[in-house]
Design a protein around this ligand. Structure first.
Ligand code: FE2
Length: 330
């Protein structure tokens, strides 16, 4: 079966429900989790009014819940603004090293857990501090609403070369489970920035004197991606980098595509990653082992998976970083 036949795509890509109810639950679950200690105290206090006998357990339970809530406040109100720059070296057999910055899942917006202006300015400052020639964006610029004005802060990024792809959250149309079409509202928004969006297309460029071909595809759930088409204009012999928001695109990558490096995000490394349990929140991937860092997915192709710099639903990140990836290809 042809890799990109409609039948194969329909078999391998399942789009999660974007119904109104599913959205409502997701939007409520995050704040409830972040303030669950306080909610517990309120419930216990109301409980004593109805069943006075439980007041005997109230004090120790309230102390426990208060301490628990203070920990949650640290994560959701202080650590939420901490953005880490993580450096990685990826061996691609280049004649000279090439450095660039990879940022995924910014999730700009006015929603509770979205990246507000204060966070976005920090992200921009941290990118500029690395003084990169090239910045690649892995999608999920927004969370739900396309907020063009908020996105303008990204114009503070000084790098001359900026490319990106769109993620599932940028494609508002997915709410109605309508795939195959382009998210026009998002495309208009991204035109107001310095980022060139790659939609089944590539650019051939030189960074630090090394030739690279960087291709990008639409989000997996759009079912409108085509890797072969994306690399159709690739210069022969150049190293091939593919940007795909969702790493599950590895189902569609073959050895003969000669992709040297796939860059993805989407999973936020589970956002809350506990010992033994692993990802505590549902991972939006078919593969729970796709958490972060470097994976060899075929003989020729490596996958680098970012933990993302933003949040989805909850403001909690435990044992995962809100990260900007400072990558050096060697
Ligand atoms: Fe995301």
């Amino acid at each position: 079966m042809d890799t990109f036949s409609r039948e194969n795509i329909e078999n391998l890509v399942s789009v999660p429900s974007h119904s109104g109810i599913a959205h409502f639950i997701r939007n409520i679950a995050g704040p409830v989790l972040d303030w669950s200690g306080l909610l517990g105290i309120i419930v216990l206090s109301l409980g004593t009014l109805i069943i006075p006998a439980i007041s005997i357990v109230l004090l120790p339970a309230v102390i426990f819940l208060a301490v628990y809530q203070l920990v949650l406040i640290y994560f959701s109100q202080i650590r939420f603004y901490k953005i880490k720059v993580n450096s990685s070296k990826i061996e691609l057999g280049l004649p000279k090293p090439v450095s660039f910055v990879f940022v995924s899942d910014i999730h700009v917006g006015s929603e509770y857990a979205a990246t507000n202006n204060k966070r976005l300015q920090k992200i921009v400052d941290k990118i500029n501090a690395l003084n990169p020639e090239l910045v690649l964006f892995g999608g999920d610029f927004f969370t739900e609403r396309i907020e063009v004005e908020r996105l303008q802060l990204l114009n503070g990024v000084k790098a001359p070369l900026q490319f990106g792809v769109y993620g599932n959250h940028d494609a508002y149309y997915l709410k109605n489970n309508v795939s195959y079409t382009l998210p026009t509202k998002f495309l208009e928004a991204i035109k107001t920035t310095n980022i060139k969006l790659l939609i089944n297309e590539s650019v051939n460029l030189q960074v630090n004197g090394v030739d690279l071909c960087i291709a990008g595809i639409p989000d997996l759930y759009s079912k409108n991606f085509d890797i072969k088409k994306a690399f159709a204009d690739a210069s022969p012999g150049t190293k091939r980098i593919l940007l795909s928001h969702n790493p599950d695109v590895i189902d569609f990558i073959k050895e003969e595509d000669n992709i040297d490096l796939l860059l993805s995000g989407h999973n936020h490394s589970g956002q809350i990653f506990l010992p033994v349990i692993g990802a505590a929140l549902p991972m939006p991937t078919k593969r729970r082992w796709l958490t972060k860092g470097l994976f060899q997915i075929t003989k020729n192709t490596k996958l680098f998976l970012s933990q993302g710099v933003g949040y989805s639903g909850s403001r909690l990140r435990i044992n995962t970083d809100a990260e900007i990836c400072d990558i050096t290809l060697t």
